[in-house]
Design a protein around this ligand. Structure first.
Ligand code: CAA
Length: 295
């Protein structure tokens, strides 16, 4: 059982320092490697190790695990309150994330490397399993584990100076945080193989043409505003329906058409059991704005 700060009790966390942003009744701790901020039901998580270009050390992974579990627990238990309608992940300074932590990896045994990989896989799955959209706001380098973190998100928005790549082979390594699996899904097998075999970087425009990036922005401020606006737009829709759409998209990855359609039919059934569906269809016919109960 995770412990995190609740507004009426002592903060207890991996980095038990002083209170951070408040989410429902829960208060984030101040993480050693993350900043958290909540505005208009948008949670922004900033990886904050700018001196190491936000490399994903074990400590960053631990903080991400805790933070995502905290959000998930609040969203699961808040019975329709939905204090967060979307999450933005970004980086402090000139990088989004420049990869796994190369310094830390120099001392890792093969078994420790496997555990490191598995833990970050868990983080990427936790992002996929959150019932709200997660946007990677890529403010600079997204290399190796950074590109892999971005690809675990639902959408990748980027500043025009960002760059993307999987340079693992230049270090005698292979992708360890999901790149072998997710990169081909975004850009197709051919380009994915070329990028993984050569370590070549894509600039932001190339990444957009390749289908990795959904939207490009001139400045980091515009990038964060753009991501924020998308979450605000999501916030006007049925939370239950958005969660079902996300679940269906994740569950049907890699399925045959027939199997995927069977999952979609189950989601459609599930939507008909929600109060949001009753309210959404009623409001349409009454020519009113829906007031979704979020269940
Ligand atoms: N791990 C640890 N430290 C890193 C790092 C990383 N991935 N990337 C950068 N840093 C550190 C640098 O060592 C440097 O530290 P010092 O100031 O103490 O020397 C600091 O961040 C600033 O970096 P640079 O001086 O290199 O900055 P730059 O602007 O000249 O270059 C860069 C930027 C091109 C991104 C370059 O830093 C770079 O190539 N970084 C490594 C990128 C990479 O190879 N990533 C893949 C890692 S392997 C991986 O991720 C495996 C996996 O799939 C799990």
């Amino acid at each position: 059982m995770l412990s995190f700060g609740v507004t009426d009790s002592k903060v207890s966390s991996p980095s038990d320092i002083s209170p951070g942003a408040t989410l429902g009744r829960m208060q984030f701790p101040v993480y050693a490697t993350l900043l958290t901020d909540i505005r208009d039901t948008v949670l922004t998580i900033t990886v904050n190790r700018p001196d190491a270009l936000n490399a994903l050390s074990s400590r960053v992974i631990e903080d991400l695990e805790h933070c995502l579990a905290a959000v998930s627990e609040v969203l699961t238990n808040d019975d329709g309150a939905w204090p967060v309608r979307g999450v933005i992940i970004t980086g402090a300074g000139k990088a989004f994330v420049a990869g796994a932590d190369i310094r830390e990896m120099t001392a890792m045994s093969p078994d420790e490397a496997h555990a490191y990989s598995s833990r970050m896989h868990g983080v990427t799955l936790a992002i996929e399993q959150l019932p709200v959209p997660v946007i990677a706001a890529v403010n600079g380098f997204a290399l190796g584990g950074g590109c892999e973190l971005a690809m675990a998100c639902d959408l990748i928005y980027a500043v025009s100076t960002a760059s993307f790549g999987q340079p693992e082979v230049s270090l005698g390594l292979v992708p360890g945080f999901g790149g072998s699996v997710r990169l081909p899904r975004y850009v197709g097998q051919g380009l994915a193989r070329e990028l993984l075999f050569t370590g070549r970087r894509l600039n932001a425009e190339e990444a957009q043409r390749a289908g990795l990036v959904t939207a490009l922005f001139d400045t980091v401020e515009e990038l964060l505003d753009g991501a924020h606006s998308t979450v605000v737009l999501v916030g006007r829709q049925s939370p239950a329906a958005v969660a079902l759409v996300k679940q269906t998209l994740s569950a049907t990855q890699g399925m045959t058409t027939a199997d995927g359609l069977a999952v979609e039919a189950e989601s459609f059934r599930a939507a008909f059991a929600t109060e949001d569906k009753v309210e959404g269809t009623r409001a349409f016919l009454a020519k009113e704005r829906p007031n979704f109960p979020g269940r």
